[in-house]
Design a binder for this molecule. Structure first.
Ligand code: ZN
Length: 201
């Protein structure tokens, strides 16, 4: 089992690195959370390059909504009558959540940029590799075909050569004398008429 296969088939690992777990870890231990996000690249594969960071980004924006509303109210004089808004804003945990949301907003943005760079590099790289392989195989095929043709030609030449050099016994149709000729055509030694070897009987 390869390392990559171990990562991609390990369900416990997948559960540990699922987004809800990562989001909780990012709150308490941001550095470990970032390491887990990096590990997700190996465990979840390229299909999740963007999905994870985008979900985290949306989550951070949702957490920042009450803070945004508060800023709008204090700076622009808006007055939202949203239930529980003041409760949320005045709760002791909310400022911590705002810090957290800002952190994961930055982290997810960085991950999206890095994902885009990795994807661009890897697709360019794999494109180059496949092009090189294609060229290599077509060149190999061409040289094999050429070698085959050359072989074929040589064989034909050999056959013709051997046929020409083989002595044949031909009875002259004009005078009836038995001649031995090299190749398939010749001349009768006694009457000088052309004689031809017509193959094995
Ligand atoms: Zn003859």
């Amino acid at each position: 089992m390869t390392l990559r296969r171990f990562f991609t088939t390990n369900n416990l690992l997948k559960a540990l690195l699922s987004l809800p777990v990562v989001l909780v870890v990012l709150y308490f231990l941001p550095v470990l959370g970032v390491i887990m996000l990096i590990a997700r690249y190996f465990v979840y594969g390229s299909r999740h390059y963007y999905r994870g960071p985008i979900i985290i980004l949306i989550f951070s924006l949702l957490l920042l909504v009450p803070r945004g509303l508060e800023l709008a109210m204090t700076n622009f004089g808006f007055n939202f009558s949203i239930p529980y808004l003041n409760d949320i804003l005045s709760s002791t945990i909310y400022p911590k959540l705002v810090d957290y949301a800002q952190n994961i907003f930055i982290i997810s943005t960085v991950f999206l940029i890095v994902s885009a760079i990795i994807k661009a590099i890897s697709s360019k790289l794999s494109g180059n590799i496949s092009r090189v392989l294609r060229e290599y195989f077509s060149a190999k095929q061409a040289s094999e075909a050429k070698a085959f043709q050359e072989n074929d030609l040589k064989m034909k030449e050999k056959v013709i050569e051997s046929q020409q050099k083989t002595p044949h016994v031909v009875k002259c149709p004009h005078c009836g004398k038995t001649n031995s000729i090299t190749g398939t055509v010749g001349q009768c030694k006694s009457c000088r008429n052309p004689i031809e070897y017509k193959g094995e009987k």
